[in-house]
Write a protein that binds this ligand. Sequence first.
Ligand code: CMC
Length: 427
Amino acid sequence: MENTAKIEINDKSIEMPLITGSEGEIGIDISKLRSQTKTITLDPGFVNTGSCESGITFLNGEKGVLRYRGYPIEELAEKSNFLEVSFLLIYGELPTPQQLEDFESNIKMHTMLHEDVRHIYQAFPKDAHPMAILSSIVCALSTFYPDFSATDSNAVDLAIWRLMGKLPTIAAWSYKKNIGQPFVYPVNEYSYTKNFLNMLFAVPATDNEIPTEFEQALNVLFILHADHEQNCSTSTVRLVGSSEANLFASISSGIAALWGPLHGGANQAVLEMLKQIHNDGGDVQKFVKMAKDKDSKFRLMGFGHRVYKNFDPRATILKGYCDKILALLGTPDPLLDIAKQLEEAALTDEYFIERNLYPNVDFYSGIIYKALGFPTDMFTVLFSLGRLPGWIAHWLEMRNGVSKIGRPRQIYTGYTERNYASLNQRN
Ligand code: CMC
């Protein structure tokens, strides 16, 4: 195969190098396109555009493959824990026992928030969405740690431990603020997930037992969400970081990007859709029909994916967990029945089959979160906690690699030059 691609534009022919990735995917390096041809590419939604070379996560949407640093997601979900996977993503290798112990204890040294951060919570309205609080407080951390330096590896490690340690506390407190309960402080002898569940659900008046199964389920959910290459929020973290904004500000922008219902916010949207179907009488077929109707804006939330066009391997793992958790809890829930009917209806419907629209990770994660007792508003926050090591890994890779500010171009379609009319001449 040729190692260049020939492009002909306006009778001019130029050759662009082909870049081949380690899994065989090929990209055309168009970095000289504009300087040599005065033309640019236009690719709304970046469907065909690679923004970087990356060695963190490989996914093959056609075959349903997802690997972190070469390790299959199925194996990591079964055998690893979230902090181990976080280390793998951030530093490139699975940790030795000593490295894991150090990483965990360094993170646990930073689970508490400065008491002044606690006061910031008082300024938010009672019903503030926890994603808005999460993004704001993470950005506010940059004011508490202003001496952060991206070029000092010790300072970067410290910021990583602070983010990993504090995000569960920030997240749990955003929920406590919302429901008017006292903030629960971190307990460092607990595991990462147990500590978070405790801060979320414990109240001073009674003892709080965290079932081991919940702790384990959350561990798997976090691992499955930990990275997904150049998705909307990760690309946002890279883009913001490319301006040399600090790590806290970059992660804060990633949280904002994740919030949207077409991205991480889909897990909340799934539950809202199930409620809508339930309140409407539970006729699943009616909503499937609406999702197919091109005159309606309604979409089945939790179905379809930009990259996975066969199946989402994370969804396959979670479907198994979903059945296990539901059986364990044994509590009937009409919304969960609707979810099952919807899944069945969509999987056997021509429209969804033809377009390769399968349940994605958010469909099952939303159902599991609901079964575990998480409030709907917190679903996307849980996604953020899982995605944090991925965002950090990409920020680091971007900072340590070709550090060029991200600055896309555009095809301008507005007015050409026209004369200014003073105020009294306009009608
Ligand atoms: N329900 C009904 N029709 C759909 C859906 C859906 N959920 N998703 C896509 N379609 C149709 C779409 O109308 C289009 O039909 P046609 O070819 O007739 O015009 C076709 O399928 C292709 O859709 P698209 O919008 O061009 O696909 P995309 O790659 O731009 O969008 C998506 C991917 C995930 C944004 C979209 O499938 C969607 O909106 N899904 C619902 C939201 C959701 O579950 N998001 C979570 C994604 S997974 C978590 C994450 O990684 O962020």
